[in-house]
Design a protein around this ligand. Structure first.
Ligand code: PLP
Length: 445
């Protein structure tokens, strides 16, 4: 093997080299074609090699690529913030630009804490989150995450924030109805608030649908309304982590719109620039900005590359592209079709236990026994086996076997670019079906 100087996620894994991408496809050095069925890490949401975006990038780079945000603003960063305000629900009008989803959730946490400080309530500095969750890799974001594999090496240094359940009806309805489940989750949150003390809690954070830590776990229509009213009752801000679900992924512009709940603060990333450049944002409501604007007038945070004009121009072009090509609607339409096709496979399959999600955010959970819903033993690493079998067939899928509290089974997420056509969905499902058959034979003989 040739000497490598690049630290990769798994050092001795033999990674393929990708030479180029076009639409939903990626091509490696050997000319092998892959359907990007996961949009990378649920990111490349307008597909690869879109010229409108590369043109916008070139145009901006010929003007200016970098200014320091403490010294200057730029027209393009202002335009991007305005665009986000226009597409965001309620009074989520203010954007703070960062470079990754982790920074966006961490900034959301900091702004929530600052909000209470501006109001003279300095003790409100903890965040409640859910055990099945992933909010990022930086220490603050990881503190709010229940992703055990990613936490365990750093556990001693992390705040022990996560504390309540996320809705996991596939397993929880064994014991109660969905409505009873939702009442239970809301009561659990209330109990936790009372245990910690409402005067110590700044905010509650949740993904509209749990991604990496659960595989598109999807709440009922009523879940978030119950949760939000508990937050309101105890004066706790509500942060929606839309890093994975935002910008059309679930068939609405933002995942939380499915549940008619408007957050006080929202974190976005990934699809915001569709992978063309690192870009993310913390989007803040008028309510939260008001005491900051009339108080210290400073938001304590920021990075060298925050509001970088090159990234702002790229992201603005991506958001315009999503709108111009009606990709949110396409996500809803093709997502429903994809889910229907995967459900058809599930009926025949002996190991698909659950198919869930909305839009082009479809989770598939695998079990050893469909009747009892018994998961495969974790040592079998079934989610990774599924990923590898699909990889062989030229299909990329995203593993979601976080094992939060040992509850999660093996799941994968199907989240192709929002540009996908019906024929391309058929091709994706065909490859998925072949991989599934192979895995079933391997696991069940
Ligand atoms: N929040 C959610 C819901 C995510 O899925 C992720 C990444 O997968 C993050 C935050 C962290 O984003 P990033 O990897 O860009 O730091």
């Amino acid at each position: 093997m040739t000497r490598t100087y690049l630290i990769k996620p798994v050092l001795d894994h033999k990674y393929s080299f990708i030479t180029h991408g076009e639409g939903i496809y990626l091509y490696d050095e050997q000319g092998k074609q892959y359907i990007d069925g996961s949009s990378g890490a649920v990111t490349a949401s307008i597909g690869h090699g879109v010229q409108e975006i590369t043109d916008a990038m070139k145009e901006q780079s010929e003007k200016v690529s970098f200014v320091y945000r403490s010294q200057f603003s730029t027209e393009v960063a202002e335009q991007l913030a305005k665009k986000i305000s226009q597409i965001s629900p309620g009074d989520l009008n203010w954007s703070f630009f960062v470079n990754s989803g982790s920074e966006a959730t961490e900034m959301a946490m900091k702004i929530a804490i600052q909000y209470w400080q501006e109001k003279g309530m300095n003790t409100k500095n903890k965040i409640i989150s859910r055990w099945m969750s992933y909010h990022g890799m930086t220490m603050g974001a990881l503190s709010m995450s229940g992703h055990i594999q990613r936490r365990e090496r750093f556990e001693l240094m992390l705040e022990n924030y996560p504390s309540v359940s996320a809705p996991y009806y596939y397993r929880d309805v064994n014991y109660r109805t969905i409505e009873e489940c939702d009442d239970y989750y809301a009561q659990e949150l209330e109990k936790e608030i009372l245990r910690v003390g409402k005067d110590h809690i700044a905010a509650f954070i949740a993904e509209p649908m749990v991604g990496a830590a659960g595989g598109a776990l999807t709440p009922s229509n009523g879940y978030f309304q119950k949760i939000k009213s508990v937050c309101d009752e105890y004066n706790i801000l509500f942060i929606a982590d839309e890093v994975m679900t935002g910008l059309g992924r679930t068939g609405k512009m933002f995942g939380m719109e499915h549940f008619d709940v408007t957050p006080d603060i929202m974190a976005i990333g990934k699809g915001m620039s569709a992978g063309y450049t690192p870009m993310a944002a913390t989007v803040v409501s008028e309510k939260v900005m008001e005491p900051i604007r009339s108080g210290s007038k400073v938001v304590m945070g920021g990075h060298t590359f925050s509001a970088n004009p090159q990234s702002a121009a790229t992201s603005l072009a991506v958001l315009n592209y999503i709108e111009k090509h009606h990709l949110v609607e396409n996500s809803a339409r093709q997502g429903a079709y994809l889910k229907e096709k995967i459900n058809e496979l599930a009926e025949e399959s002996e190991i698909i236990g659950d198919v869930r999600g909305k839009g082009l955010f479809v989770g598939v959970e695998f079990v050893e026994d469909k009747l009892t819903k018994k998961s495969f033993e974790s040592r079998l690493n079934v989610a990774n086996k599924i990923v590898e079998a699909n990889f062989e067939q030229g299909l990329l899928v995203y593993p979601a076997n976080a094992g939060a509290d040992g509850l999660t089974g093996d799941a994968v997420i199907l989240s192709p670019p929002l540009t996908i056509t019906m024929e391309e969905v058929d091709e994706l499902v065909k490859r998925f079906g072949v991989a599934l058959e192979k895995i079933e034979q391997e696991l069940l003989g």
